[in-house]
Design a protein around this ligand. Structure first.
Ligand code: ADP
Ligand code: ZN
Ligand code: ZN
Length: 823
């Protein structure tokens, strides 16, 4: 028997191994196996088994089969294969992403000292010291040695091995995470009634042993047939030696049972019963369509376009109950930032403990347990961020992607660089399941798939859920404050305009709450006319040019074209061109100076770096321990505070000036989301946008809550420039320690790319963020028209990579299909 095995390496290749006789009955497609791989030992996954007769003399044998039940189902094998094909990465890399980390067997080395005193005489001091350490710890594993001395590496040891000082021996390293177990008790013969308990008691002596039997009887009466040892001891007051002697006498057995580690910790296990709403008309209409597809078990994707507060979540819950009744399972994807206790509690209130919660801050043990529980069918519903789309559920009936426009659904590092929304649609189709993509501001990709391509069914919920006795809560009034006008009136001294300060003062006086948004990311590198708000753009790519201080020029970081820095504004001729500035801290300082008694909270990358910080800040604000919340785009999403009546956006233009072809789309989404925060309860809300471009169409669309018009215009622009959804983007990123070398490597790669009509090659050139953690970054962007098939695209990229010289040590290349971030 031959097993085809995939291992977690970047190469998209599978390797054949023979299966020893003894393992042939247990090995299955989808099983994890331990295999020798070069000088290493790896955990791989069986993707194919065959009994064909062929020459196997050159094949190595599988060393061990790890699973009694395959880790991956047929469906997951198909899905992971598709992901590897589509996103151009190793199948093993995708498989690794679907399995919890830390369960792999890996190889390590034991190091045996074998040098003589004399031989070391000519060595330098540090090597002598190292040899001394190795002799002291003769026979230790590499990992143990590295704990003693961090500088010891496999390379150093290999060198010493060649010189004859040490001998390396390959050894297996156990997985980092294990199944957690607890000891439990069962009685060998049951005690049906009080009388048999008394009879049993005559067989043993001592009050402690009697107490244990009593306790076991009681627990059994209470329905606990196999209580844990610790509970039995605590209740009977006996010691563990008593239990042991009872075991020795053959009266009871000790068995080990698995314990599930859960991240839910202090969450209430039985949240109060949720209110059962009578769904309003739009919800009913949407659900009818969804219900029909679910009932017919047919694949259909719905784009649920509903304004914030229109009751989308209620629709998700009703649809999930539908598939639950069918005995099928469901996946709910939410952006990590929305995975708040509020959301989780809401779902758990409806589904109790059959819903598993995944998030990115789980410990490896918790992750492992959650995976095993899901794999065993213990939880038919799972809610989690991006990676939850790879959860090992079977018989999937429904996949929901909430806030489907969110960029965080795209994975970048490590591979696979998949888009969870697109994988969701694919996985739903493989399962003949229903997929619901929900958003108040759908991505242009999904919108076009629904309205132009008609691939998705479009469902609309244009109004907020009506408050009883009233008409639908109105969307908040949005007003702009023209900063250039304020400046002319000499009323703009800092970052806060006079009208905004006045509005803040009024809300503070009424003890209402305020959110201030300062979206700063990466825009200080953009030039801006302080008089009219104009910014220089690349004519070819429709993105803002970035300012490079050192070379003193402007550059388009898509196509690489450079321009001299102009002295005059290209729109009004004004000379006051300068870079943008001022982050959240600056806003905080100004508020403090102006409203010394106001209580402030700040939420940005600095204040949310620790675990739970994000949640802590939000709940403080919710408990009204602060009047003003200042933050980056983090504050805009998924929150619902009844007391917030004013939302101020410090610089509504900032997002639009990002050198990104999606800048308009992101700004529209952000402003719409943030506007949705104000006045959600009975108090009417107001949104103030500070801008230098009050007439900018995107701002106008956001102010008028006009998604349709925004989408129509944005799609026209995308079409002209062949951006998604009218074309596809592939970004090839090169990373490494030396800039010159990177330029050479990326240039060579691009030169080897076959020229094909319909594919435009932009670059290579430095990425916008040209250096991260001492690593320089270069990229090449491929813009492919819709006519180019995925196979052609893949073929081209593969050819260039094959023909170009392989990368030297320390340099990396990453292929990002359908890249979302082009920074
Ligand atoms: P979305 O997900 O679109 O933001 P939600 O589903 O969270 O909207 O609904 C907003 C609020 O309205 C929630 O507090 C929810 O409990 C409530 N709600 C939703 N549907 C109804 C309904 N049919 N009747 C009454 N209240 C509803
Ligand atoms: Zn100007
Ligand atoms: Zn350009």
């Amino acid at each position: 028997m031959i097993a085809r095995v995939v291992v977690p390496i970047p190469l998209d290749k599978a390797f054949d191994y023979t299966v020893p006789e003894a393992m042939q009955s247990s090995i299955q497609v989808g099983s994890r196996v331990v295999v020798p791989f070069g000088r290493r030992i790896l955990t791989g996954l069986v993707v194919e088994l065959s009994n064909e007769e062929r020459d196997v003399t050159r094949l190595k044998a599988v060393s061990d089969v790890l699973d009694t039940r395959p880790s991956l189902t047929e469906e997951m094998l198909t899905l992971t294969r598709w992901i590897a094909d589509y996103y151009m990465c190793g199948w093993g890399e995708v498989i690794r992403a679907t399995l919890p980390s830390g369960i792999d067997f890996r190889n390590t080395y034991t190091v045996h000292f074998s040098a003589t005193e004399n031989a070391s005489a000519a060595l330098n001091e540090s090597t002598k010291e190292l040899l001394h350490t190795l002799r002291m710890h003769d026979g230790s594993t590499l990992d143990a040695l590295q704990k003693i001395d961090k500088t010891i590496s496999l390379t150093t040891l290999r060198r010493l091995e060649q010189a004859g000082y040490v001998r390396l021996e390959s050894a297996l390293k156990k997985p980092a995470v294990r199944i957690k177990k607890a000891r439990h008790l069962t009685l060998v013969s049951s005690i049906p009634n009080q009388q048999s308990l008394e009879e049993l008691k005559t067989e043993v002596r001592g009050p402690q042993q009697h107490a244990v039997l009593h306790t076991l009887y009681d627990l059994q009466q209470e329905g606990s047939e196999i209580p844990s040892v610790s509970e039995t001891l605590a209740r009977s007051g006996a010691s563990s030696s008593t239990v042991k002697s009872l075991e020795k006498r053959g009266m009871l057995r000790i068995v080990e049972k698995e314990v599930l580690r859960t991240p839910l910790g202090d969450m209430p296990t039985n949240p109060p019963k949720p209110p059962i709403h009578t769904l309003h008309t739009a919800q009913v209409q949407a659900l009818e369509r969804i219900h029909t597809a679910i009932a017919a078990s047919r694949f259909e994707t719905f784009l649920l376009h509903g304004v914030t507060g229109s009751g989308k979540t209620e629709v998700y819950i009703a649809a999930l109950k539908d598939v639950q009744k069918q005995g099928k399972t469901g996946i709910v994807l939410v952006p990590e930032i929305s995975l708040t206790p509020q959301t989780v509690t809401r779902f758990r209130a409806h589904f109790g403990d059959v819903i598993a919660v995944l998030h990115s801050r789980m410990s490896p043990g918790e992750r492992y347990d959650a995976w095993r529980a899901l794999r065993s069918g213990r939880f038919p519903i799972v809610i989690g961020p991006r990676s939850a789309i790879l959860a090992p559920l079977e018989n999937i009936g429904l996949i929901i992607v909430d806030e489907e426009h969110e960029g965080s659904y795209k994975q970048f590092d490590p591979a696979p660089r998949y888009h969870a929304r697109d994988v969701a649609v694919m996985r739903a189709s493989m399962n003949k399941a229903v997929c619901i993509l929900g958003s108040a501001t759908p991505s242009l990709e999904s919108f076009s798939n629904a309205r132009i391509q008609k691939k998705y069914t479009y469902l609309s919920m244009p109004e907020r859920v009506p408050v009883p006795g009233k008409t639908a809560a109105p969307l908040p009034a949005v007003r702009t404050i023209d900063l250039t006008l304020e400046k002319k009136k000499k009323q703009l001294t800092g970052v806060l305009s006079k009208p905004l300060k006045e509005a803040i003062g009024q809300r503070l006086a009424k003890e209402e709450q305020i959110i201030l948004l300062q979206n700063r990311r990466g825009y200080s590198s953009v030039l801006l006319c302080q008089t009219c708000g104009w910014s220089p753009m690349c004519d070819d790519c429709a993105v803002t040019l970035t300012y490079h201080k050192v070379q003193h020029h402007l550059r388009c970081h898509y196509c690489g074209k450079t321009q001299k820095i102009m002295r005059k504004c290209g729109n009004c001729g004004g000379t006051d061109l300068s870079r943008l500035g001022a982050g959240t801290q600056r806003v905080e300082e100004e508020i403090e100076a102006h409203f010394p008694t106001a209580r402030l909270l700040r939420m940005d990358l600095d204040t949310t770096s620790t675990k739970n910080a994000h949640h802590k800040i939000l709940s403080q604000f919710e408990r009204r321990e602060a009047d003003i919340l200042i933050g980056t785009q983090m504050v805009a999403k998924g929150l619902d505070f009844g007391r917030v009546t004013l939302v101020g956006v410090i610089n509504a233009d900032a997002g639009m000036l990002l050198p990104d072809f999606r800048a308009d789309e992101r700004t529209f989404q952000l402003l719409t989301q943030v506007a949705g925060r104000a006045g959600r309860a009975s108090r009417p809300g107001e949104v103030l946008l500070q801008t230098r471009n009050p007439q900018h169409p995107v701002l106008q669309y956001a102010i008028n809550h006009n998604y349709e018009l925004f989408a129509k215009n944005a799609l026209e622009q995308r079409n002209t420039l062949q951006y998604p959804p009218f074309g596809r983007l592939v970004r090839i990123e090169f990373k490494g320690p030396e800039e010159g070398m990177l330029e050479k490597l990326s240039g060579e790669w691009a030169r080897h790319l076959p020229q094909v009509a319909g594919i435009q090659v932009l670059g290579p050139q430095p990425a916008l963020i040209s250096k991260i953690k001492k690593q320089y970054r270069f990229h090449v962007i491929l813009k492919a028209s819709k006519k180019i098939t995925h196979n052609t695209l893949r073929e081209l990229v593969a050819q260039a990579s094959k023909r170009a010289k392989s990368l030297p040590k320390g340099y990396r290349m990453a292929i990002d299909i359908d890249a979302v971030s082009l920074f």
